[in-house]
Design a protein around this ligand. Sequence first.
Ligand SMILES: Cc1cc2nc3c(=O)[nH]c(=O)nc-3n(C[C@H](O)[C@H](O)[C@H](O)COP(=O)(O)OP(=O)(O)OC[C@H]3O[C@@H](n4cnc5c(N)ncnc54)[C@H](O)[C@@H]3O)c2cc1C
Length: 651
Amino acid sequence: MVSLVGRLVPIAPDLDSDDDPTKPPPTQGRRAVARHNGSAIAGPARCNANVTSTLLSRRDLDFLLFEWLRVDQLTKRQRFADHTTDTFADVLTLSEDLAERYFAPHYKRSDADEPTFDGHAVTLNLPDIKEALKAFADAELLGMSMDEKHGGAQVPVTVATAAFMWLQAANVSTIGYPLLTLANANLLTEFGSAEQITTFVPPMLAGRFTGTMCLSEPHAGSSLTDITTRAELQDSGTYRLFGSKMWISGGDHDLTENIVHLVLAKLPCAPAGTKGISLFIVPKFLVGADGAPVERNDVVAAGLNHKMGQRGMTNVLLNFGEGTFLPGGREGAVGYLVGEPHHGLAYMFHMMNEARLVIGAAATALGYTGYLKSVEYARNRPQGRPISAKDPAAPPVPIIEHPDVKRMLLAQKSYVEGALALILYCARLTDIASSSESTEERDSATLLLDLLTPVAKSWPSQWCLEANNLAIQVHGGYGYTREYDVEQHYRDNRLNPIHEGTHGIQSLDLLGRKVGQHDGAGLRALEALIANTIGEAAALDGEPAQLAAQLGSAWHRLLDVTTTLLGSDQPDLALANSALYLEAFGHIVIGWIWLEQLVAAADRTGGFYDGKRCAARYFYRYELPKTGPQLDLLNSMDTTTVECSFDGWEA
Ligand SMILES: Cc1cc2nc3c(=O)[nH]c(=O)nc-3n(C[C@H](O)[C@H](O)[C@H](O)COP(=O)(O)OP(=O)(O)OC[C@H]3O[C@@H](n4cnc5c(N)ncnc54)[C@H](O)[C@@H]3O)c2cc1C
């Protein structure tokens, strides 16, 4: 087994003069100075002795990982046997350190100093991005959860997910390059040939190559059935690809020696529909026998998309086979088939399911950092007096004392901590499935993960975005300025309900496929878990028992409505309000996750646990009841959206 701890050590001597542990971390010192330099805005002081980081809460991660999910138990499994809780803690500490030192400091600069396109190639003008990626590559964290045989260290995905979230909270664009690369490498190790793995995976893990996923086309985003990129078989056994791919994250840049595109395309003989889609590796540079890039392939950036957020991550229209370069003396992008013809979408879904959890994690990380920043702001911003205060000469109070501000902070806390717990829970299911020696346990974990994936992607994308919205509101006018981070968090997070399957597409996946899949086996597995939590909470009496009863009612109502919808002989009508179903389902799942946290916090005293209890109470009083009207509407098989036509309305 490769020792990760051994790898963790070398990074420390590389640290620059900022190494002095008595200095404030960049988010609270250096970045705050940069933020106020040259600006008319003089907001409240940002430092607060109680908050060690405004990226994520290490205390919360420790609670969720070690007290709730008991990741220490994973080390009893063969796959993780070489690890200890110390290794896990080291990985988290290293990631936090990298996040604070290398990723957070250029967060605002990577937004302002966008990549440029000169008509031929895309350039990233900010050296900080390359430096951060080098520091990350040197730490050898990227493949930490991969199999040892592929150069990984078999760290549980649960721990790796938490570790990467530090970097997502610090700079979601910069860490996007390695995380896309990881998903690409994971797909290749699963479905690629031995030669493909040897050629492309090690340079990707070493940070020399990056990876992309090329599914969407200008006319085909949600409906991949309609893609038109074609692949033609050559005598050599390789393929030539022709077509355009739209929205490709990391599709072109000058950060690495090579870019490995994974491209969906159709063979001329392909059957119609998604079953006719194949998957190809198309490198930007063809590589020689020694793996080094030798010849430019016929894939070129045709232009950059200018995004609302996540601007440090390039996003391009890629043209394949337009003849700009002539590899082997002729036009056509050289591609290598992955696995079997016509199975490409199934392989890509392997990557997309993983990517969906990464998106949920990114949304959560952005929500979480916005929450911490708004708590810090609210503690330090004096404004107004309590409603009952009689003396107008009395000093103003910090806004955190106003109930409406507390409401906005509690809402954020309940969203971001609920989302974080759900993401880590799903990551743990991945670990159970990959390490189990029992078929039954593995199948059960896989079923649950399948069911929860649309929720884990969509719920944080919706509600942690709402957390960012509330973070702006807590900052008042300052929140609407670029001098503070929260407006950028909102813009960065706004992408998450759109890519990797929109909110609407996730809801169709949940209601149209997942809940009824395998005769409802996933739903039954979730029901058993929820019933178990309800039983534990009921045994605690008091508030946990009350919340357990509330969750039980909501869950049974959801099951009744699910039965009605799945039993309908009008599938179009049953699925018409699937987005509402996803929202109600998501809120009830998060209600369960909050009850789980409450049970884990039972009998524990102190501010941290009081905070958990308060956020759980908030969620049950303010949020869970929202599902009642949603489920009523779903149960009524409402026809409003189906019947309206929009014809002539604006004439
Ligand atoms: C910044 C960014 C990065 C991206 N990165 C990548 C990438 O790296 N690789 C890649 O391949 N793609 C990428 N995408 C593409 C992304 O996955 C698509 O934008 C997304 O799948 C939606 O496709 P679309 O834009 O064509 O919208 P459409 O599919 O046209 O959807 C528009 C609206 O219609 C709804 N809709 C569409 N079809 C249905 C239906 N059948 N039923 C109900 N509602 C429906 C959608 O929910 C949405 O609200 C990226 C997009 C962006 C914006």
